[in-house]
Design a protein around this ligand. Structure first.
Ligand code: ADP
Ligand code: K
Ligand code: MG
Length: 492
């Protein structure tokens, strides 16, 4: 199971799998603002009068200004006089909860309004309707429930944290639902409008999750501290969802093992992952965001590598998918396969980045660089790169080079009576969703990896760039700003 392999860095409640299915928010200021501006302009877009679920309360909240608090205050990282010296005091926890109580309904209301403005026919898609309903119900839950009215005491906080826990878990499948919904609706909306809507939606969702998770995590951590339980090395560094001593190398190693296993399940073999550069680097960041980014980019890198090996006739698979030693291997015949190699600086031993493994795959190389207030990670594969034609589309939602087995039956659905969605399309979708959430999940196929990864990378003012050396491989650069006082003017 994942939990045995992901102990340590990945939180119990947010297992790798659930975090893979979750979207989160944000972007570099200028860019984020552009997206958000477009997102809100988009609200004036269509069919106001047709929406039957028009609701005054939603409008009233949606029109409120978002609060401007510093990132440090929002995350409880600030050391205000009331909060004392520990981020795990009741006062800090209450302060963050009160902020969440005010802020979440406003953000949820904006998402609801934006979804209401989708073209009517898109709003009738069962997946999009379900997502809409989730946000609508969450908005009602937070604004109606007594425990959410005022948060003054420890008991108020306990109830509010429990309420948020329920909401967060009910939203776990929103991303695959959106993916399926817009996949089915792409005939009714142009690509650019889908992109503006989903960028805004996913950015907003990351913010909502971050605020809710921060309340829950601070609350859990304070309970933990109160119970005087021995804290493991990770817990000592956590302030809510923020890790104040996050080592990218450790997280890369965990994600790499997970992705290699996924690749083994899908293809019967996988490349090595070599981690080098400043492997001792540490910084302050939200581990679940970095974990999401790393897993998506590593999945892309290993998939490209294995498929390219196959194409080049280097793959060491028998027709039955059994493993067989390859003549290319530097270590063929060895049982002790080191799946993830950490390559320290000044290590003069054989160059791991050049060594093709026993399955014929060149390694994926992950290099860590620590700058002032930022970390750069480069993920380099030798998977053949991306063609010029595809380069234009890789950041589009739902663009994938994985073949869709349902392609022909999907288009049949469209011609089916009044509804654009065939009667059985929801059932087909469920099995696809089940597959995507199932054992290990797919290595690719949603076409959401790159666009989501970029939104996550930009959330705290970072960025992501992909460079394709067509015929050879790809370099992906992720630059992440450390969450510290330099980000205090950043609104998320
Ligand atoms: P998915 O992985 O579900 O297909 P992504 O958004 O992650 O969706 O990637 C979109 C497409 O970009 C992939 O289907 C693949 O064709 C291409 N791609 C992404 N990363 C790489 C890479 N490292 N090497 C080659 N092609 C890549
Ligand atoms: K894509
Ligand atoms: Mg992908």
């Amino acid at each position: 199971t994942f939990s045995t392999r992901t102990n340590g860095l990945i939180r119990d409640r947010s297992t790798l799998m659930s975090s893979l299915l979750q979207a989160a928010p944000a972007a570099h200021l200028p860019l984020a603002n552009t997206h958000l501006r477009q997102f809100h302009q988009h609200q004036q877009f269509e069919h106001d009068d047709v929406i039957s679920f028009y609701d005054d309360k939603v409008t009233q909240y949606a029109n409120q200004q978002l609060q401007t608090v510093t990132l440090k205050t929002l995350l409880g990282l600030g050391r205000t006089p009331e909060s004392g010296s520990s981020p795990h005091t009741l006062e800090t926890n209450l302060q963050v909860a009160r902020y969440a109580r005010q802020e979440l309904p406003v953000r949820l209301a904006r998402l609801i309004k934006a979804t209401q403005k989708l073209p009517f026919i898109v709003g009738t898609n069962p997946y999009i309707k379900s997502v809409y309903k989730l946000y609508y119900d969450s908005f009602q839950t937070i604004t109606n429930s007594a425990e959410a009215q005022e948060i003054r005491t420890k008991e108020d906080l306990d109830k509010f944290a429990a309420l948020l826990q329920g909401l967060v878990s009910s939203h776990a499948d929103v991303v695959p639902m959106l993916s399926q919904g817009f996949q089915e609706s792409k005939k009714y909306m142009n690509k650019a409008d889908i992109k503006v809507f989903l960028d805004g939606m996913i950015h907003a969702r990351i913010g909502i999750r971050l605020i809710a998770e921060q309340v829950i995590s601070l609350w859990e951590q304070r309970n933990h501290h109160l119970q005087d339980e021995a804290l493991d090395s990770k817990e000592q560094y956590m302030v809510g969802v923020v890790h104040t001593g996050l080592k990218p190398a450790e997280l890369i190693r965990t994600c790499a093992s997970f992705v290699q296993e996924l690749c083994d399940v899908n293809y019967g073999s996988s490349p090595e992952v070599v981690i080098n550069g400043q492997i001792d680097a540490k910084f302050t960041y939200v581990p679940v965001h970095l974990e999401y980014i790393l897993c998506e980019l590593l999945k892309n890198a290993v998939r490209a590598t294995v498929e390219h090996s196959k194409k080049m006739g280097r793959s060491a698979l028998t027709p039955h998918g059994d493993r067989k030693a390859s003549p290319y291997s530097a270590s063929s015949g060895s049982d002790a396969r080191s799946m993830v190699v950490i390559d320290g600086e000044g290590d003069d031993s054989m160059d791991e980045t050049k060594r093709v493994n026993e399955f014929g795959h060149p390694p994926v190389e992950v290099t860590i660089a620590q700058g002032d207030h930022e970390i750069t990670i480069r993920i380099r594969d030798q998977g053949g790169g991306i063609s010029r034609d595809n380069m234009e589309s890789i950041f589009d939602y739902s663009f994938t080079t994985v073949k869709n087995e349902n392609e022909s039956s999907d288009s049949l659905d469209a011609g089916d009576g009044d509804s654009p969605y065939g009667v059985d399309s929801i059932f087909k979708g469920v099995s696809r969703l089940a597959m995507q959430a199932g054992l290990g999940g797919p290595i690719a196929g949603l076409g959401f990896g790159l666009p989501l990864t970029r939104i996550y990378a930009q959330y705290f003012g970072g960025d992501m760039h992909l460079i394709s050396l067509q015929g050879h491989g790809c370099d992906v650069f992720i630059k992440l700003k450390q969450i510290d006082e330099t980000l205090d003017n950043l609104q998320i």
